[in-house]
Design a protein around this ligand. Structure first.
Ligand code: SF4
Ligand code: SF4
Length: 102
């Protein structure tokens, strides 16, 4: 059975997501490349999850492989995290590495 996202993937959540400023991604060259094209990506409808370095609670493990899991995940401060009570599900954080919130 495939995992089902608790958090719908949409523009509002992407815009409120804190992953873009998270220290886990701060030194990722792969994420930097995705960020440099983000204005163009955000102009498209529908959004392409693979091109957006964030909202992993909805989309699951990051496509970039150079993230630093020794840094602190920012999800606990995110309004989306609170809205969907993600602390009550599993995994509870590091969705970019642990997979989507269920
Ligand atoms: S899921 Fe958590 S650890 Fe991963 S980039 Fe987003 S805020 Fe950082
Ligand atoms: S809970 Fe984490 S992955 Fe989900 S939108 Fe917020 S910062 Fe991004």
């Amino acid at each position: 059975m495939s995992a089902q996202a608790k958090v719908p993937f949409n523009r509002d959540h992407v815009e409120r997501c804190l992953c873009a400023k998270c220290p886990v991604q701060a030194k990722s060259q792969c994420v930097d490349e995705k960020k440099s094209g983000l204005a163009r990506v955000m102009a498209h409808n529908p959004l392409s999850p693979a091109d957006i370095p964030g909202e992993y609670c909805s989309t699951g493990t990051a496509t970039c492989g150079d993230l630093d899991g020794s840094q602190q995940c920012s999800c606990f401060d995110c309004p989306v995290y609170e809205q969907y009570s993600l602390a009550e599900g599993w995994p509870t954080c590091y969705y970019c590495m642990n997979g989507l919130a269920q």
